[in-house]
Design a protein around this ligand. Structure first.
Ligand code: ADP
Ligand code: MG
Length: 447
């Protein structure tokens, strides 16, 4: 054990000078040297997600190993759970764990459990779950489409992880459409006769489940489409499950052969769309919980309000805020620090719509103090301003009532609902209120 500690010390001190301090502190400082196995240094990571991220540092790791002069050949990252497997595998002298190629194709963090279900993806989720429970039996093919970063790949891997957890002998092949095209081109190169190369056939037609990600990439690639058409038919005939994803609906896949388009649509086609603010909040909360981040509700709302494009960016923003605040020893309660962390992602200098900025505009308009409006005062002017702020926040940001209540000094969500409904009604029937609201909206939109 001491030997492996010394080796890690030598390697890590080389690594430290090769990559940024932030990356080093986040991804490498928490690794624990465990053992040396066949000249491979085995390290234990606190979370599964480390494994994938650390792969991105492979080059730096390789040169750190060389520079360390320790003579090891590489490193291997395992989690605590896997360490138990590892120990029992030593006992049974069975090292299947190390080269279980099947499971290594899939991101262990992409499961149904870590997927947050909301209006934007509940149908895709339900379809995926039923396919995972009975591959080949319910929806075949399953076609999932939607914009970038909205969870298509996550759902696909979740299906695979689920199937393998219940039946580890299922043969699942996951490829991106790009890999498929490359495989196909290789097969032609290595093939003199005009028949599909044997290896290619075997690879694609011997599986129980074929997953192909991002099929929009096949557009215009006529001969690959032909190969896929035949592969598809063979698999389908034998009731093998096919799952496809794309950034758009099959009928909008330009220059995709019509017969392939209609094959794609012959099962179930479902979409994932942009998440609502409630779902964005739920996703941030779940990610923060999984990653054991200590982050304020305030910061979570701010991120959810301002990052609306997709979930990958939402996650990126969450990481940034936490790292930035940790490294600069600031609290995530401090919205200025949060804004600073996200300055490249949102237009903070000009105008950010948030509960704060809307409330500020309302206060400026009515000439009341923010402390009063979020406080207990009941005089008419303040109560009116408060109700209008509540209405606008709900209308412009769609923030859930509970969260608005919290913002306004811990008011009950029924109070918030009452204010919202009252102003909604007044907006229709009361000219004065209507023009006040329009003025404030203009103020906010012009900023
Ligand atoms: P796509 O394949 O649609 O471009 P991904 O599946 O790669 O998107 O998702 C991007 C990131 O967002 C991933 O880290 C994924 O885990 C996360 N993500 C997407 N949807 C959800 C969700 N509903 N719940 C939790 N995380 C999600
Ligand atoms: Mg994807």
């Amino acid at each position: 054990m001491n030997e492996c500690k010394a080796i890690w010390k030598a390697v890590s001190s080389q690594l430290e000078v090769q990559i940024t301090t932030v990356s080093y502190e986040i991804w490498f400082e928490n690794l624990e040297p465990f053992t040396v196995d066949n000249d491979i240094l085995v390290l234990i990571a606190p979370l599964k997600s480390y494994k994938n991220t650390i792969k991105q540092f492979n080059d730096a790791i390789d040169s750190a190993i060389k520079a360390s002069g320790t003579g090891i050949k590489g490193i291997k990252i395992i989690t605590k759970d896997e360490m138990d497997n590892y120990l029992s595998s030593l006992e049974s002298a069975d090292d299947a764990f190390f080269d279980n190629e099947q499971t290594q194709q899939f991101n262990p963090d992409y499961t149904f459990d870590t997927f947050v279900v909301g209006d934007s993806n509940s149908i895709a989720y339900a379809a995926a779950k039923s396919v995972a429970e009975a591959p080949g039996a319910s929806h075949n093919p399953l076609f999932i489409y939607g914009g970038v970063g909205l969870g298509k790949t996550h759902i696909m891997h979740a299906i695979a992880n689920y199937i393998l957890a219940h039946n580890k002998n299922t043969k699942i092949l996951y490829v991106t459409a790009e890999q498929f095209v490359n495989d196909y081109i290789d097969s032609i190169k290595n093939n003199k006769d005009n028949d599909l190369n044997k290896q290619f056939r075997q690879k694609y037609r011997s599986v129980d489940v074929l997953m192909m990600d991002d099929v929009q990439f096949l557009s215009g690639k006529t001969s690959t489409q032909e190969a896929l058409f035949h592969t598809f038919n063979d698999l389908y005939q034998f009731r093998k499950q096919i799952i496809l994803t794309s950034d758009r609906h099959p009928r909008e896949l330009a220059s995709l052969e019509e017969r392939l388009q209609s094959r794609f649509q012959s099962g179930l086609t479902v979409d994932v769309t942009k998440p609502s603010i409630e779902t964005r909040i739920a996703i941030l909360q779940k990610k923060a919980y999984i990653k054991k981040y200590d982050i304020s509700q305030k910061a979570i709302f701010f991120i959810a309000e301002n990052i609306t494009s997709n979930i990958r960016e939402l996650e990126g923003a969450l990481n940034k805020v936490v790292y930035f605040c940790t490294l600069s020893s600031k609290s995530t309660e401090d919205l200025d620090a949060v804004k600073e962390a996200l300055k490249d992602d949102i237009d903070v200098s000009t105008h950010v719509l948030s509960m704060d900025s809307i409330t500020d505009a309302v206060c400026a308009y009515f000439g009341v103090k923010k402390a009063d409006i979020v406080g207990k005062k009941k005089n008419k002017l303040i109560a009116n301003a408060r109700q209008i702020a509540i209405y606008l926040i709900n209308d412009m940001l769609g923030v859930p009532l509970l969260a608005i209540g919290k913002f306004f000094g811990g008011r009950d969500h029924t109070t918030i609902m009452y204010s919202r409904d009252k102003i909604t009604d007044a907006y229709r029937n009361d000219r004065l209120i209507q023009s006040q609201i329009n003025d404030i909206r203009n103020m906010l939109e012009k900023k």
